[in-house]
Design a protein around this ligand. Sequence first.
Ligand code: LCS
Length: 393
Amino acid sequence: MDSKNLQFNSKLIHSGAIKDKFGSVNVPIYQTSTFAFESAEEGEKCFLGESSGYIYTRLGNPTIKSLERCIADLCGGFDAVAVSSGMAAVNTIYMALLSKGDHMISTAAVYGPSRGVMEDHWSRFGVESTYVDTTNLENIKKAIKPNTKMLFLETPANPTLDITDIAGASKIAKEHGLVLVVDNTFASPVLQKPFELGADVVFHSMTKYINGHADVVAGIVVAKTEELYKKLRPMMISLGCNMDPHQAFLVLRGVKTLGIRVERAQENAAKIADYLEKHPKIEWVRYPGLKSHPQHEIAKKQMSGFGSMISFELKGGFESGKTLMNNVHLAALAVSLGGVETLIEHPASMTHSKVSKENKLKANITEGLVRYAVGIEDVNDLIADLEQGLAKC
Ligand code: LCS
C-alpha cells in the first residue's frame, strides 16, 4: 500500500517501511559501512547513478533511507537527509544554500548554537547574518538587503516560545527570492506543517520529539523540491555528518509513538500552564495555548496543537530559580526536551550562565526564567512536584 494515501498516525507506523524476504515487521539495522556489488558492471552503474543500489553508508543506507522516507512523508516534502544531530542539520543547510557574500535573516530568539555557529564561524567565510524579532513581519522586511538569500525561522522558538507567522514570512521570502528554512523541532511534524505554509526547507533536531526517549542525538533536513534535495544531500555526504544505522533504527522505533506522545504531553502541558498562571509566586507564563501568549492567535492558525514546552518567570528571580531546581524531584534537572520524561531548566544559572546580563536581556532570558519540558507522566504527579518545589521559593 502506498503510505502517501494514509492518515498521519498510520504514516507514523508504515511510512518508509522496507519489505524484505523474511517479512520483517520492523526495519532491520543494516549495520554495515559498505555494500558489495554483484559485478563490476553493477558497481559502475551505482557510481554513475544509473542504479539505486547502496555503495557506502556515509552516502546512504537502507535503515537510514527508511527513516528519511518516513519523515519526508510526514512533512509532505520531496525527500529528506538524515544527519548526526540537529546542529549537523543546521550546518548542512547553511553550507549547501549560502555562499561567500550572502546574507541571512533569522529569529532573534533562535536556538543559541544556530546563531553562534553563524556569527562565530560562517562569518569567517564571508556569510553575514541579522537577527530580528520575527514575530513582527515588518522587522524581516526592514532587514532585507540586496545580498539576502535566506530567511531562517524557528517557531515556536527556544526558550521564549515566540511564534512567527510562517505563511506571512513566506510571502515576504517569495517576493524577495529568499529560501525559507523552518526549524520545526518544537512543534514536530504532528503539530505544524511548514511546507503547507510556504517553507522550502524544514528541519528537526530528532533528539527531541521525533525520537522522544532521550537516548539518541540526531537531526533531519527535509527538502520541498528535488532541486533543493540535490543541493542538501551531497553537502551532508561531503561534510560526513551522516547518521549511523543503529541511530536510525532507534529513531524509527521512537517515531511510531510520536502522535500519541505529543498528544499526551500537550494535554499535560495545558493543565500545568493553567496551574502555573494562577500561582502567586509566578510573574508570567508563556505557553502558546494560553490566551495571554502574545501570538496565541497565530499559533491557533498555523499549529494543530500547542505543544508541551512552557516558560515561566519566578517572582523571586535568580535565587528562586536555583531553589526550584534543587527542590523538584520528579522533573529531571536537565537540558533538552521532547522526551517521555519531564525536564526542567533554569537558563540564567545553567545554559546561559556565561552570557552577560545585557545579552541575556536582549534575548529575553530573565533571571527567574524557567523552562519546563513536559513529559507523559500523570499530570497530578507533575503538579504536586511543582507545588512542593514552588513552596520553597
Ligand atoms: N534546534 C532547536 C530548536 C533545538 O532546541 C536544538 C537543541 C537544536 C536545534 C540542535 O539539536 P541537537 O544538535 O542538540 O540535536 N536544543 C537543546 C536544548 O534546548 N537543550 O539542549 C539541546
